[in-house]
Design a binder for this molecule. Structure first.
Ligand SMILES: CC(C)(COP(=O)(O)OP(=O)(O)OC[C@H]1O[C@@H](n2cnc3c(N)ncnc32)[C@H](O)[C@@H]1OP(=O)(O)O)[C@@H](O)C(=O)NCCC(=O)NCCS
Length: 170
């Protein structure tokens, strides 16, 4: 049974994104120190759609080596439950590199809240994600614009999902 821990931290929703349930929220934590935990590795593997240990290891190392990368998520007690990895090359612009919610916690709104909180924490005004068809529907439900981006080598269609704050929407 997943319980939503209370938190006194204020939610910082990204401007212009979809609805946020204020009052019941998870506390966003830096997951880099937890990168050796099996659950973090499982989540990165789920995000990649492949659980190759060497690839997961390489991806996680990038969050240590590359200052513009961020790896944050939600913990259920001491157990990582959801994870988002971002590349933030310019101040208020970022792209989603990894995103996954543990199977038993999907459909509860954690993925939505994770994107909202991460975008808010880093002050992003533009966020993009290159994903497959199922993930594109998730991003579309959050208010991202979805564009076809061709077909990958594995034959699966790819989509570019973009959310952008225009003007003074902040
Ligand atoms: C995609 C993923 C992160 C969504 O997380 P989640 O916590 O289950 O999503 P939420 O409960 O916050 O759902 C938010 C909205 O997205 C929709 N949604 C979520 N997954 C969806 C899917 N696969 N297809 C269509 N819609 C989906 C939900 O219906 C919900 O819409 P609503 O609010 O209009 O009802 C999660 O399913 C996952 O970890 N998938 C495996 C890894 C993956 O594909 N990662 C993305 C590639 S980077």
């Amino acid at each position: 049974m997943i319980e939503r821990p209370g938190s006194t931290d204020a939610v910082v929703p990204a401007p212009g994104l979809a609805r946020l349930e204020v009052g019941q929220h998870w506390h966003l934590v830096d997951l880099v120190p937890f990168r050796f935990q099996p659950r973090v590795r499982e989540l990165v593997g789920a995000s990649l759609g492949i659980s190759a240990e060497a690839l997961v290891e390489r991806e996680l190392n990038e969050y240590v080596m590359e200052p513009r990368r961020r790896l944050v998520g939600f913990m259920d007690d001491h157990d990582p439950l959801a994870l988002i990895g971002l590349d933030c090359p310019q101040g208020d612009r970022g792209s989603v590199l990894h995103l996954a919610v543990a199977p038993q916690a999907r459909g509860l709104g954690l993925g939505r809240q994770l994107v909202l909180q991460a975008a808010g924490r880093y002050g992003l005004r533009r966020l993009s994600a290159a994903v497959d068809a199922p993930a594109s529907m998730f991003f579309q439900s959050l208010g991202f614009a979805v564009h076809c981006a061709g077909t990958a080598l594995d034959g699966r269609d790819r989509f570019e999902c973009i959310w952008e704050v225009s003007g003074d929407a902040r």
